[in-house]
Design a protein around this ligand. Structure first.
Ligand code: UD1
Ligand code: UDP
Length: 372
């Protein structure tokens, strides 16, 4: 039996790792240990509950307004203990959070092999996104198995000199998660409020956007909503108090936006799928919305997910108030621009990434994911 430990700590990692945990548990030659750092608490538990995944270890590191130092030191100390006790044959980490980087570092110190799920995404600017670009580049130095979601991610790793034999193109596991969430017959009280109006779906949380950029993003959104009363926005606000303060200051009192608590991933995917436009700085939404053909205005200066930009569904609009205002207004008022952006496509996977990763870990034959 191969002992494989899956480690994750935030909402998006949980959404993308829980389907893999469930797949690995089906495999006879693999013993799965799940360790959560709980870098996120409530937002992590929401996902664990939905997928019925019960962790074997829970480091419970989250603190209110935690710094990168807090997360790094608590996860490093906690992982040392868990890894020394379990001595897994391999540890799987996901993406680019501090949980993923620090866990990989702990594995390196203890010389435990690391498998990196969602490997090879890059902007090559370590301050954008911050600290995620540094985290994922550093994990790539350490990891022995690189599960690249797309051919482009594979090419990044090859260009950086990673051995071809360590890289597998699997598709993104978020597409696997979406196979279980999106429903034709979905209903939600917020959709009754939307009625026949246009649903605008908003998320925002990036560390480098906290402060002035986030205020500018929200002001732009408010101006557009004030001018287009047939647009109604739903914004499930991240639990970070700094995000909540900015949203409260810039968006409260606007009666065509509903600021709501984070929704579970089942609601999130179904609301996204019914949206007219999404505005976000999230990584996950850039992967999810293209398959629904929902145009996304990405409120960031860089993206590590150029596949959706190339397909025309994502547009980078930065964090300048006027630029966001102009792009958002154009998308509402110009049907030609809207049609150009609202083409459903799936550049991120076919929903079988977890099976491929499990096959590779069992040394079974594997056929890479190939985009259509
Ligand atoms: C983290 C990741 C980021 C990822 C994002 C997904 C790092 C450095 N950042 O950023 O890569 O895109 O998660 O959302 O790894 N909070 C709660 N309850 C929760 C979650 C958060 O109260 O369930 C609050 C806490 O006050 C916490 C703060 O939000 O201190 C920030 O959380 P943190 O994980 O540090 O940063 P995120 O912006 O969530
Ligand atoms: N999401 C969710 N509830 C919400 C907002 C987002 O379930 O209220 C999901 C979303 O579908 C996506 C993931 O969380 O799968 C994105 O998480 P987030 O934006 O926090 O992080 P990022 O993807 O930027 O790392």
């Amino acid at each position: 039996m191969k002992k494989i430990m899956c480690v994750f700590g935030t909402r998006p990692e949980a959404i993308k790792m829980c389907p893999l945990v469930l797949e690995l548990k089906k495999r006879n030659s693999i013993e799965v240990i799940v360790c959560v750092t709980a870098q996120h608490r409530q937002m992590l538990d929401q996902v664990l509950g939905l997928f019925h995944v019960i962790p074997d270890y829970d480091l419970d590191v989250m603190r209110d307004r935690q710094t990168l130092f807090d997360i790094t030191t608590h996860v490093l100390d906690g992982m040392k203990e868990v890894l020394e006790r379990e001595q897994p044959d391999m540890v799987l980490v996901h993406g680019d959070t501090s949980t993923a980087f620090v866990t990989a570092l702990a594995c390196y110190y203890l010389q435990i092999p690391v498998g990196h799920v969602e490997a090879g995404l890059r902007t090559y600017n370590i301050y954008s996104p911050y600290p995620e670009e540094f985290n994922r580049e550093a994990i790539s130095i350490i990891s022995q198995y690189n599960f690249a979601p797309t051919p482009l991610a594979r090419d990044n790793l090859l260009r950086e000199g990673r051995a071809e034999s360590t890289i597998y193109v699997t598709g993104n596991t978020v597409i696997d998660a979406m196979r279980h969430t999106v429903r034709e017959d979905y209903s939600h009280p917020e959709l009754e409020w939307i009625g026949d109006d246009k649903l605008i779906f908003i998320t925002a949380h990036r560390r480098e956007n906290l402060g002035t950029p986030m205020h500018h993003m929200f002001r732009a959104i408010r101006r557009v909503l004030d001018e287009h009363r047939d647009c109604k926005a739903i914004y499930p606000i991240h639990l970070n108090p700094a995000v909540r303060e900015a949203a409260d200051r810039e968006l409260s009192g606007c009666n065509n936006i509903h600021l709501i608590e984070p929704v579970d991933v089942y609601d999130c995917h179904n609301l996204e799928a019914r949206s007219f436009i999404c505005l976000t700085d999230s990584g996950g939404l850039q992967e999810e919305c293209p398959s629904y053909g929902v145009p996304v205005l990405v409120m960031r200066d860089t993206t590590e997910r150029p596949e959706g930009v190339d397909a025309g569904v994502l547009r980078l609009v930065g964090t300048n108030e006027d630029t966001i205002y102009d792009a958002f207004t154009q998308l509402i008022e110009d049907p030609g621009e809207y049609d150009r952006m609202s083409q459903a496509c799936n550049p991120y996977g076919d929903g079988h990434a977890c099976e491929r990763i499990a096959d590779i870990l069992e040394d079974k034959p594997y056929s890479p994911w190939v985009a259509n």
